[in-house]
Design a protein around this ligand. Structure first.
Ligand code: F6R
Length: 605
């Protein structure tokens, strides 16, 4: 949430910062801004709205400098407006700050500074950082910029990733973080700070991952790291394996469509990863010492956990709880050293999932993370971590990372079942072979893109669309429904088919649209009865799954899936639902990659 970028080096910082902000816009897009060091202080341009609006403003107010910081905002404190946009400056224009996170004690800071004659010009929490830095710089005149930043960060409560410049030290860019991500990129012509790797990939794949309470001091000649006692810290320069192309649209109209289409490759790479780096974390877990699995995550990652529960319970015969991370962290969860807590997160930076992980660890539980972003907080802090080989996911609505999470969860379940002797060696091999066949089957589903587009066109005009399924089909219906509502703004709910008659069927009337998922052959008769029940009340039904013997009135279309074991079927039905949502949103002409009010990587609570 909120993207920050900074550059210091030999090139003009402005196009580099704008380019970086384009790659970070998925983190927030209420407003954007840039500040650069110029001869007499800072040149600043800030603009409410999308980054494109800032670019327009920059045509009238061009900036040029070899050092600068930029920000793309997802508003928390203060409505989206020019004034509330970052960078924020102190009232004497000596300090400029970009911030991602929430400063919980900003009111206290403001109350301390206002009586001293310091005037605030925005309603944000972030401005307090710039004002406090400027106040300290004036009060403690012997301090250098590093001392000032240490003083400020010690006074802050909450979470922050900061880029800070000082007009009196126009060669140094400072970065510091606590509970929000920040990477430092280095290349031949300069150094970068950024919220995420794609922002710098065009220039470098060499990065440092900043840890909490570490400070980076960047100049055009290099970067040095310090702890809060101003002692030097040695850090390892890491090489990112993501390619430049992976963060580009590659000819597709939207990142979301590109990322949906990439899924066969992502599934293949994720399956392959089990033979390499992902093998050890799985094999090192002694599942025989575990009496309960708890899966915790947010949003789609939570839905992947709901699917996984059916798989683990069925083949491992182990008790599984799935908890929203935002609930887990406050419920005083019953977990101990005999519990394995599985955390699922694309970004590895979701605030609630991080808090859930810390809570689980504090209670003695073992933690295993499934994460897409190397170097992220969850990847670093969990006891062990499996990486999804999805590459950078730019569209706000997750698709390929979700599918990669499912595949890792399947493999984990199969290995656990084998270790627990719940399945034979033969069944294990059969299941692993079926998982390895998923990439080709996903490719077959994607060949149906034209029929799915046509199928989506039947959804036009509906205000409500319901998704129904039984067992694992219900689990994946949750994801289909979330996908649809978040990008198309069509209200949608997912119901377990058997539960309809306990209340939700009251919503079904003439021309209600219902998407029924039938990947679960065992319960096909049951879902067909549910279809009959809604169709007889006037609903129109779209089906996903086996299209054989589809007779009930009301079924207007059916998208078939390749043969696949029931427990793996969500990997195929979800692709149909992703495309369905995509085309419903495309038909409405919506901004698919940046849905309203949302941002990827929810780093605030
Ligand atoms: C929905 C979506 C979100 C995320 C959720 C968790 O399409 O992308 O619901 O799944 O915010 O994010 P991560 O996986 O980064 O923890």
């Amino acid at each position: 949430m909120c993207g920050i970028i900074g550059y210091v080096g030999e090139e003009n910082a402005v196009p580099i910062i704008i380019e970086g902000l384009k790659k970070l816009e998925y983190r927030g897009y209420d407003s954007a801004g840039i500040a650069v060091c110029v001869e007499d202080g800072f040149g600043v341009v800030k603009q409410k709205g999308r980054l494109a609006a800032l670019e327009e403003r920059l045509k009238d107010q061009p900036l040029k400098s070899r050092m600068g910081i930029g920000h793309t905002r997802w508003a928390t404190h203060g409505e989206p407006s020019d004034e509330n946009s970052h960078p924020h400056l102190g009232s004497r224009n000596k300090i400029a700050v970009v911030h991602n996170g929430i400063i919980e004690n900003y009111k206290d800071i403001k109350e301390r500074l206002v009586p001293k004659g310091i005037e605030f010009s925005s309603k944000t929490d972030s401005e307090a950082i710039a004002q406090l830095a400027e106040y300290y710089a004036q009060k403690y005149r012997g301090d250098d910029l590093l001392d000032t930043v240490i003083r400020v960060t010690r006074a802050l409560e909450g979470s922050f990733a900061l880029g800070i410049m000082c007009a009196d030290d126009p060669d140094t860019l400072i970065a510091v973080k606590k509970d929000n991500p920040l990477i430092i990129g280095v290349c031949e012509h300069g150094q970068f700070i950024a919220s995420d790797v794609p922002a710098v990939l065009k220039y470098t794949n060499k990065v440092y991952y900043l840890s909490d309470n570490e400070i980076a001091a960047l100049t055009k000649d290099g970067v040095r790291f310090f702890n809060m006692d101003k002692e030097p810290v040695q850090k390892t320069l890491e090489t990112v394996t993501w390619s430049v192309d992976s963060a580009e649209k590659g000819g597709y109209e939207h990142f979301m469509l590109k990322e949906i289409m990439e899924q066969p490759r992502v599934l293949r790479d994720t399956v392959q990863s089990i033979k390499g780096d992902n093998k050890e974390p799985i094999e090192s877990i002694d599942v025989t010492s575990i009496d309960k699995l708890v899966i915790t995550a947010c949003g789609s990652a939570y839905n992947a956990g709901v699917v996984a529960r059916y798989v683990f319970e069925r083949i491992c015969r182990i008790s599984v709880e799935v908890e929203l991370a935002s609930e887990f962290r406050y419920k005083d969860a019953v977990v101990d050293e005999k519990t394995l807590v599985i955390l699922i997160s694309q970004s590895g930076e979701t605030a609630d999932t991080i808090a859930a992980m810390r809570e689980a660890k504090a209670k003695g539980a073992k933690t295993l993370a499934i994460v897409n972003v190397v170097g992220s907080t969850i990847a670093k802090e969990s006891d062990s971590c499996l990486f999804t080989a999805a590459g950078p996911e730019i569209a706000v609505a997750t698709t390929k990372a979700f599918s990669a999470q499912l595949v890792l969860l399947y493999i984990l379940a199969v290995r656990f079942a084998a270790k627990l002797s719940r399945i034979s060696r033969e069944s294990e091999q059969e299941l692993l072979a079926e998982i390895a066949a998923l990439p080709d089957k996903a490719a077959q589903v994607l060949k149906n893109v034209d029929s799915i587009q046509k199928y989506a066109s039947t959804c036009v005009g509906y205000k409500n669309i319901f998704f129904i399924g039984r067992n694992i089909d219900y689990a994946i219906a949750l994801e289909g429904s979330l996908k649809l509502k978040e990008i198309s703004y069509v209200h949608s709910e997912a119901y377990a088919g058997g539960e309809l008659k306990h209340g939700a069927i009251a919503l079904v009337e003439e021309n209600t649209l219902v998407v029924a998922i039938s990947g679960c052959g065992r319960l096909r008769g049951k879902i067909m009865s549910n279809i009959e029940q809604v169709a007889s009340r006037g609903a129109k039904v779209l089906m996903i799954g086996s299209c054989q013997d589809v007779h009930p009135d009301g079924i207007i279309s059916c998208i078939g899936l390749p043969e696949v074991p029931e427990l793996l079927s969500p990997s195929l039905s979800v692709i149909v639902m992703q495309l369905l949502s995509y085309y419903v949103a495309a038909n409405k002409g919506l901004d698919i990659d940046k849905p309203r009010n949302l941002a990827k990587s929810v780093t605030v609570e």
